[in-house]
Every structure is written in C-alpha cells, then in structure tokens.
Design a binder for this molecule. Structure first.
Ligand code: 0RA
Length: 662
C-alpha cells in the first residue's frame, strides 16, 4: 500500500492552511445535511434510507447514460451496509485546483459537486433530490470509495462525511469503475437502518426498463437460499433489451391485451428525448405512468399533459375521419381514450422543475409540446398503417364513453336514493363530535359485530365508525356503473364527504369536502381480513388515488397474540414480540403462560380494541403510500384480476398469516 500523499499531483502539503480551511468549509456543507437530513433526502424513515442507495445508483446510471457504463451491481452486505459497483470511468482522482485536494474527495465531501467536472452536462439524472453521493457520505457512519482508473485502484474511507485519511493507491487493475460501500448512520436513521430487498430490487427493475441495455443486479448477503444445487445468496438480475415496451408487457402480464402490438415511440423533439410505449387491454382502468430523468412523476406534469392531449386529439381525428362516430348520440372525452390503456412516458429534461406536494410534478412548459408532437406523429402513422387495430381501439373508446354515460345515470339515481340519516350521512355511520377534519378519523370496520365493538371502544369525540358489510365489490373486475350502484361504496363516498368529479372527468376527485383526515381500514388479522383490506385499498387506489397520495389512508394493526400469566398481560404484534413476552413473563416456558391468538377483532372486547388498535398513543397505524405507482398498479391488477396462478404465487411468497393460521 502506498499513500497518495507522496505523489506530486495530489500533494496537499503545500497548501496545508488552505486544506484545513477547506475542510472546515466542507464540514459545514455536510454538517448542514446531517442537521436537516429531511431537506436533502425527503425523510429519515424507511424511504429516506432507501433513497441513499438510489442516490448512488443514479450516479452510476448517469455514467451509463453518458455511454461509459454497462453494469451496476448492488449488494446488501451481512452487516447491513450497501455496496454499489459500476464499470464506468471511475470518479476522477486527479488534483482539484480549487479545492486543493483529490477530485474523489471533492465529489464525496462537497455538496452538489457530482457533476461539476463535466461541461458537456451529460448529467440529467442525479436523483429526485439531486444531492449527489456527498450527501450519502454525510449520512453514513462509514463510507468507502474505491475507484479503478488509469490502471490503479484508489481508495478513501470516511466517517459521517469526514475523510479518515488521504486517498491511497491500494493496487493495480485492468478495468475502470467505481465502488461505493456505505453504512447508514443510526444517529440519523433512528427508525430503521434495515434495507428491504424488495424495495431496492423493484427500483432496479424499473431502472432496467427505463434504461435499456444496462445490466443491473441485486444481491442480499443477509439471505442464503438453498436452490437445490447448493446454497447461494438471494439474487435478482435485471436487463431489458426492449426497454419501455417490455415495461408495459410486464405491467400488463395479468391483463388480456386488446391488440397484439405494443406501440412504441423513441424520438427527440426540440432537444427533449421522448420515449413512450403503450398498449390497450380489456380492463377498465387507466395505467399511465410518467418519468422524468428516471424519476417516477406520480403527480404528472407537462409531459403527461402533452401525452394526453396528443392521444385524445389524434384518436378522435382518426375516428371522425373514418366515420365511426357519425351515429354517436353522446360525447367522448379524454377519460374514454385512456380506459384500458397501459402506457409509460419517459422524458429526459436538462433542468427539470419539479413542483407539487411531493415535488414529483414536472413544470417545464416546453416539454408538453415536445411530447405532444412526438406522440401525435407516431400515433397517426400507426393508425394509418394498422387499420384493423385502429378500429378495435376506437370501438373500445366508444364503449368506454357509453359506459360512462350509464355510470352517470346510475350516479344521479344514487344521489336521489341513498339512505341518509337526517344529517345527510349514511345511517350506518357513527360520527364523531369534532367537526374539524384535520383532527378527526374514520374507521372502516369489517362486519357489523366488530363495528359494534369499535363503536363502544372508540373515543367518540374524534373517531367515527363506518361498518362495511363483508367483502366489498371488487372494483378491478366491475364496470363503473356497477361500482356507483354498490351500497357500501356509496356509503364510503357520502361518509367521507367526497364526490367523484364532474361529467367531463369522472375520475377527478374533489377532496375539499373530506370530513376526516385519517381514513383507517380495520380488518381481522387473518387471510379473510387482509383480502377485505386489499379490496378496500383497490377501491381507493382506483377511485380515490389523491386521497392516498395526500397521505390520508391508513391500515390499523390489531395484535396477533395476547400472552398472559396471572395479571401480567402482553399484546404481541409479531412472532418476535411473542417470543419476547414468553421469555419475559413466562421465564421462557411456553407452558407456563396462556397464549391467545387473535384472529378476529370480535375476539377482543371494546376496551382491548381501544388500547391495542385505536388509542393513538399505543396503536400501530401503517400509512399507505404510493411509492411506485406502476408497481402498485401491477400488484393490484394481479391480486384482483382474473389470472389465478400469478396471484397464488404472490400470496405464497408474501403470506404473512399462512403459517400461524394452519
Ligand atoms: C464526476 C465526473 C465524472 C464521473 C463521475 C463523477 C462519476 C461519479 C460516480 C459515482 C458512482 N459512479 C460514478 N462514476 C462516475 C467524469 C469522469 C471523467 O471525465 O473521466
């Protein structure tokens, strides 16, 4: 091992005073990150924790987009640290004149230094918050950067953003690339520092589809699998030759396609690279997902507006020109063109402006026209060249419009016929006395009997109860008008004080009248209960997406066990809880304690239900978020759609209650 300190081009001895001055400035930079981590990575919960990995991977993706990198490997190590390796050019290691230190150290310790070196500004990614690897460094208890470049291996180690030594040369190499290993700092990530394989792998899969040609892999060294011929680590590899086209096929794996071909567009308009893939299927839901610089723009924006406008205009013009609309007695609107449409829109924007609540709405106005032009040209050509498909699509659109009109009639009828109490609220709703929605919550409870217990157990000042009868309608399989005829669903709408938009836009949701800011689904802790919760979530996902996006939807978690010895009672939510309780109150002897398995809410009395599941001070609420709308859509369509084998496979893989119920 030879220290870099002796090498002329990297020496820092001549500027010793500068160096210490620099390090103070650097410290201030990353100190700010440590002081207000949420400002840089969104939050310090599980999301922010995973964001660290995305931040590093995004740098490697940038290298790939610049044409220098083909392979990115992510490893969760046994000790919980994460290693990201790429075969790009490697972070530069030469002497940085301004900062008077190795460029590697600058990239790792100066905020926003990531792209400063490259004037061609190939860098359009850089992550949602675009803060660079230095930010990851600042939030890591330990970080090791290893660079293969110019035949040598360079290494530097840091702790909480501070270098522990100068850059060293630790060997020779015949390749180029960067390896970053970091251990998140538990002083920052106080909730959890445990990475979830599925969260990371699902992001890597998405990146593989969005950046075709790149090889990505994900290994979990904490998990050893026995696959018949010996043990190996849990691993998944991602690679897509067809990119977005394959992404759409993947999302529609559990749906029946309407036309055989996936329409795909890849072009550049006014310096904006635009890629689109779309496919119609026989379902009733719209699954259009948009990305800017690989970031899932769940709030949409100008690129989505451009896409919608082009789709509606081009298809409408084709339908009119071909005379298919001549006998139509009702109007067709934008929604109708997107029913049963799965599409991905991906644009690359140099200086993206992100707006909206979660900063995932694209604001750049020039992008709208770029996408509009790209889509209308390509789609018009497609329709001309494939008249049979074109007719099938138009027929589907007409059916959608017809169904929408039927749905409107049903809705109007509903509004007149709903059984309402004097207050105009559903009779089954036990309302709370507080009127300020930001202070109140409503529990959707499965079954009338559990509803009764919840009604007794609640704090009626701010908690309302709406009992739902058994399994609510599976909205994934039903036509829209059926949904608005459904008693339970009508009750949900009126109880929440939310109505579904106007005639023109039947999926727009008006949340201004929302009567409770916490909407809590409470079902039994068994297979049936989770099925019911899934049905309710599917309904919210398809018809009240904004309610989820704005963070109003929660799931209550009743305990699974009560471990009891004499007067000593312990509620347990996990198997670990249970083992711990037996250890503590039964001194490790299972026989000496009474263990009650709760399957149903009905097995608890009102007081138990309050203290375990409803009391804000002691309960566990899980907030439902839509991290990846595309993935959520795929899972909902699989869980609630027609195809049985993929559902069975998913349930078997994720079964939470299976082993304790049998
Ligand atoms: C700054 C400049 C260059 C590359 C990189 C940073 C870079 C950063 C990361 C982080 C992970 N992998 C990375 N690969 C590259 C340009 C390098 C050059 O001009 O040779």
């Amino acid at each position: 091992m030879s220290s870099m300190e002796n090498e002329k081009d990297l020496t820092v001895t001549n500027g010793k005073s500068d160096y210490s001055a620099d390090s103070i400035q650097v410290l201030e930079g990353l100190e700010a990150v440590r002081l207000r981590p949420a400002m840089y990575i969104g939050d310090t919960g599980i999301k922010g924790l995973h964001h660290l990995v995305y931040e590093v991977v995004d740098n490697s993706i940038d290298e790939a987009m610049a044409g220098y990198c083909t392979k990115i490997d992510v490893v969760i190590n046994e000790n919980g640290s994460v290693t990201v390796t790429d075969d790009g050019r490697g972070i530069p290691v030469d002497f940085h004149e301004k900062e008077k230190k190795s460029a590697l150290e600058v990239v790792l310790t100066v905020l926003h230094a990531g792209g400063k070196f490259d004037k061609d500004s190939y860098k359009v990614s850089g992550g949602l918050h675009g803060v660079g690897v230095s930010c990851v460094n600042g939030l890591s208890k330990q970080l090791i950067a290893e660079v293969h470049r110019d035949g040598k291996i360079y290494r530097q180690e840091y702790s909480r953003g501070k270098p522990l030594a100068n850059v060293e040369i630790i060997g020779t190499t015949d390749r180029t690339g960067t390896t970053i290993t970091f251990l998140p700092d538990e002083q920052i990530f106080t909730q959890t520092t445990e990475y979830k394989f599925e969260i990371l792998s699902s992001r890597l899969r998405e990146l593989a589809f969005l950046n075709k040609g790149i090889y990505l892999s994900m290994i979990d060294k904490r998990e050893v699998e026995d696959n018949g011929d010996g043990q190996k680590y849990l691993q998944e590899n991602f690679h897509s030759e067809d990119g977005l086209k394959e992404f759409v096929k993947f999302l529609d794996a559990n749906r029946e396609s309407l036309i055989e071909k996936t329409i795909s567009i890849s072009t550049e308009k006014n310096d904006v690279p635009v890629e689109v893939a779309m496919q119609y299927n026989t379902s009733f839901s719209e699954n259009v997902h948009s990305y800017v610089n690989n970031i899932n723009t769940i709030e949409g924006g100008t690129h989505l507006t451009g896409f919608r406008r082009a789709l509606t205009r081009t298809l409408k013009k084709y339908a009119e020109d071909s005379g298919m609309l001549s006998k139509l007695k009702f109007d067709i609107n934008g929604d109708d063109f997107r029913e049963g449409l799965t599409a991905i829109i991906s644009v690359k924007v140099n200086e993206p402006q992100f707006e909206g609540q979660t900063k995932t709405k694209l604001g750049n106005s020039e992008v709208s026209l770029a996408v509009d032009q790209a889509v209308s040209e390509a789609l018009a050509n497609y329709l001309e060249e494939n008249p049979k498909d074109a007719r099938t699509i138009v027929q589907k659109v007409i059916l959608a419009a017809q169904a929408r009109h039927a749905a409107r009639k049903a809705r109007e009828l509903v509004q007149r016929k709903t059984v309402l109490s004097g207050s105009g609220l559903p009779g089954k709703l036990s309302d709370c006395s507080e009127k300020d929605p930001s202070l109140t919550e409503v529990y959707f409870v499965e079954g009338d009997s559990a509803g009764g217990t919840a009604k007794q157990g609640r704090d009626r000042s701010f908690q309302a109860i709406l009992p739902l009868r058994g399994k609510i309608l599976n909205v994934e399989k039903a036509m829209q008008y059926k949904i608005f005829e459904n008693e339970e669903i009508k009750n949900i709408f009126t109880a929440l004080g939310v109505h579904i938009g106007t005639e023109e836009d039947s999926k727009a949701l008006n949340l201004s009248g929302l009567r409770y800011h916490k909407v809590i689904i409470m079902t039994d802790a068994d297979v049936d209960g989770s099925h019911i919760a899934t049905l309710i979530m599917t309904f919210f996902f398809r018809y009240m997406t904004d309610l989820i996006k704005e963070g109003h939807l929660y799931i209550a978690t009743p305990p699974l066990y009560l471990v009891k010895k004499g007067k000593d009672e312990r509620y347990c939510w996990t198997e670990e809880d249970r083992a711990k309780a037996i250890e503590e109150i039964g001194k490790g002897r299972e026989g000496s304690v009474h263990i009650q398995r709760y399957k149903g809410l009905g097995e608890m009395n009102a007081e138990q239900l309050w203290s375990t599941t409803m009391n804000p001070n002691t309960r566990i609420l899980r907030q439902i978020t839509i991290d990846s709308a595309a993935e959520a859509d795929r899972i909902f369509s699989m869980l609630m759609g027609d195809e049985v084998p993929p559902r069975r496979e998913f349930i078997e893989r994720h079964a939470k209650y299976a082993n304790i119920d049998i």
